[in-house]
Structure formats: structure tokens, C-alpha cells
Design a protein around this ligand. Structure first.
Ligand SMILES: C[S@@+](CC[C@H](N)C(=O)[O-])C[C@H]1O[C@@H](n2cnc3c(N)ncnc32)[C@H](O)[C@@H]1O
Length: 340
């Protein structure tokens, strides 16, 4: 026995509680707390009645949400804090509700098997949901699941895409093809920034109705086309600028190479590929967002997060000459690779 004082238990104590914080937010969202409060403050008794919840239990949840800075409380009245109003209400154009619901309903169950994923090095769709087959079939089991997943991507994309579109001067390009462009937020952000640019959002057929809806409402819909296609099997649309936003991290090395080769071959000389991903530091010490996203990719895809050096090596291998990165400060960083 030594007399040295024991190490600070704070990291362990914090992590014992961390999942409780996430679940409190997921449950409050699921119960409809933030939407109910979107029009103004309400008393606990009214909230319990309207949300069909036990008043005592709901009070505990709401107080926990106050501690999480999602709600505020003035006597018996609760109100949305600004972050909840902006990101957790259905009517907000900035909403992250899709991704939050997807995290609570789907990712949570995949993460429950993280140990097995690490043991076997594979995703957990079969173990958690009994599902086999290509991963994007699982993301999109029903129309509602698809919409939820895509709105999640959209919310996160709206935070990053303006920064990604501004990371490099893209003014010389005339036609952008955003492969796996989902709801079109990157194409829209790029067209807003570069008035001479036209764009095509290229994604699987099930994605198109929502993409069309959101692109039409974007104010640049006359310059953004939405087309169906499979980037592994179909010819890629003509473009002098391709984009891959949060696509490469979904796939294993062989598919990354295949996709990059197809893009390189389709580009004219002087054309370029814009990659939007969260980059791991060279030493893999961070950033934390990328380290945990890499574990997330383990439980739900074939892919992983990578360093700039790893992306650069893949890009040069297929022929790209100049490859540059920009750390944007937004949730996604940007790489521009030019075909010389
Ligand atoms: C992780 S999401 C990223 C979406 C979007 N780029 C973003 O940053 O929000 C992956 C996207 O790739 C699309 N996708 C997956 N496999 C595809 C394929 N084989 N061909 C075309 N799109 C595909 C999915 O439908 C989905 O929209």
C-alpha cells in the first residue's frame, strides 16, 4: 500500500453518466417535449397532460434537460433553450431531429454491440436487427426511416456545407456532380456561393423525392438537377467538379479505390474532386469527433475515418496531381484533388 492519493476518478465517473445524458435528450425528443414548447413556456402539469406522461417522471426528465442546457425553468414553467429551439424542433430549418432520432432508435442499438464489432471488425446490422445485405438497405428500410436518416444528414450537412463550399476557390468550375449527394445541401451551398455553377445531385432512387423537395425550396433549384444512379455500377454524370461528402468513410479500401478511379476517369484535365470528411489528425490523437465517428463507422458501415495522408495516398494512386486540405472548423473538413 502506498500513501499516494488515488488518481482523479472524474473521467470514469463522467463516462458512467454520459449515455444517460444522450438518452435523456432522445427521450425528451421522442415524447415531443421540444415541439410542445416551440410556441412558448408551459407548466409541468400541462406538459404531462399534453404529452401523455407521468407528471413526476416527466418533471425529473425536464429537470435533467435543464441541466443539459436544452431547457430552462422559471418556477413551474419550462421553456426551450435556444439550442433546443434551433436544432430539436420539427419546424426549425436548422433541425437535427432526424439525426437525433436515428441515433436514439438505430445507432444506439448498434453501439450496444461495440465490443463484438471490435472483436470481429465488422458492422452490427445482423446482430442488432437481423439484417443482411448492402448497408444502405438497412439505413433505408422504410420510407419513414429513409426520410429520418436523410433529414439527419441534411441537418448536419447544413452546418458543414457552406464552409466546405468556401474552403477552396471553386469559381472556375461550371458543373458540379455531388455523388451520394442525398438532400443536395452541398450542391445548394456551392451554387449559392458560385453564381455560374450548375450542379447535379446523384444518389440512389429512393433518395430523390426528398432531395427534389428540398432543392426546389432552396432558392437555387433552377441550377440544381437531381438524378438517380448507383456510383458503383452506373456511368457517372459529366462534370468538371465531383464531390464526395461523407461517402468515402462509408466504404472499405477496395471500394474507395474503385470510386476514386471512376471519378478520375470521368473528369476532364483541370477538373477536380472535392472530398468532405472529418479528417483524423496525422497522429490519430484527435479530433474526438473523428475518433468517435470512426467507431460509429465500424458499427454501421464497412468504412472508417482517415487522416489527410491516407486520403492523399489513395487520391494520388489513382492519378490526381495536386491534393490540398482545408480544416474548416465546421464538422467536416475539405480536400481538393486536381486532375492535372
Ligand atoms: C452518409 S450519406 C452522405 C450524404 C451526403 N453526401 C451528405 O454529406 O449529407 C451517404 C449517401 O450515399 C448514398 N449512397 C450509398 N450508396 C450509393 C450508391 N451505390 N450510389 C449512389 N449513392 C449511394 C446514400 O443514399 C446516402 O445519401
Amino acid at each position: 500500500m502506498t500513501n499516494a492519493s488515488p488518481p482523479d476518478p472524474a473521467p470514469v465517473l463522467d463516462l458512467l453518466e454520459a449515455f444517460r445524458r444522450s438518452q435523456a435528450m432522445f427521450a425528451a425528443l421522442d415524447l415531443g417535449v421540444f415541439d410542445r414548447l416551440a410556441d412558448g413556456p408551459a407548466a409541468l402539469s400541462d406538459l404531462a397532460r399534453d404529452l401523455g406522461a407521468d407528471a413526476g417522471a416527466l418533471g425529473r426528465l425536464l429537470d435533467a434537460c435543464v441541466a443539459l442546457r436544452l431547457l430552462t425553468r422559471d418556477g413551474p414553467h419550462y421553456a426551450n433553450a435556444p439550442a433546443a429551439d434551433a436544432y430539436l424542433t420539427a419546424r426549425s430549418p436548422l433541425r437535427l431531429t432526424g439525426y437525433a432520432r436515428y441515433s436514439g432508435a438505430v445507432l444506439w442499438q448498434l453501439w450496444a454491440h461495440l465490443g463484438d464489432a471490435v472483436r470481429e471488425g465488422t458492422h452490427r446490422w445482423k446482430q442488432a436487427f437481423g439484417l443482411e445485405g448492402p448497408i444502405f438497405d438497412h439505413f433505408f428500410r422504410t420510407d419513414a426511416d429513409r426520410r429520418e436518416f436523410l433529414m439527419g444528414m441534411h441537418g448536419l450537412g447544413q452546418i458543414s456545407s457552406p464552409a466546405v463550399a468556401a474552403a477552396f476557390d471553386l469559381g472556375r468550375f461550371r458543373r458540379l456532380a455531388d455523388l451520394g449527394g442525398a438532400t443536395g445541401h452541398l450542391a445548394v451551398a456551392a451554387c449559392r456561393r458560385y453564381p455560374a455553377l450548375r450542379a447535379v445531385v446523384f444518389d440512389l432512387p429512393g433518395v430523390l423525392p426528398l432531395a427534389r423537395e428540398l432543392v426546389a425550396a432552396s432558392g437555387v433549384g433552377d441550377r440544381v438537377e437531381v438524378v438517380a444512379g448507383d456510383f458503383f455500377t452506373d456511368p457517372l454524370p459529366p462534370a468538371d467538379l465531383f464531390a464526395l461528402g461523407r461517402i468515402l468513410h462509408d466504404w472499405a479500401e477496395d471500394k474507395v479505390r474503385r470510386l476514386l478511379r471512376a471519378v478520375y476517369e470521368r473528369l476532364p484535365a483541370g477538373g477536380a474532386l472535392l472530398v468532405a470528411e472529418k479528417l483524423l489528425d496525422d497522429g490519430r490523437a484527435g479530433p474526438s469527433l473523428a475518433l468517435f465517428q470512426s467507431l460509429n463507422m465500424l458499427v454501421c458501415t464497412e468504412g472508417r475515418e482517415r487522416t489527410f495522408g491516407e486520403y492523399e495516398a489513395r487520391l494520388r494512386e489513382v492519378g490526381f496531381g495536386r491534393v490540398e486540405k482545408r480544416q474548416t472548423g465546421a464538422p467536416l473538413d475539405a480536400i481538393l484533388a486536381v486532375k492535372e
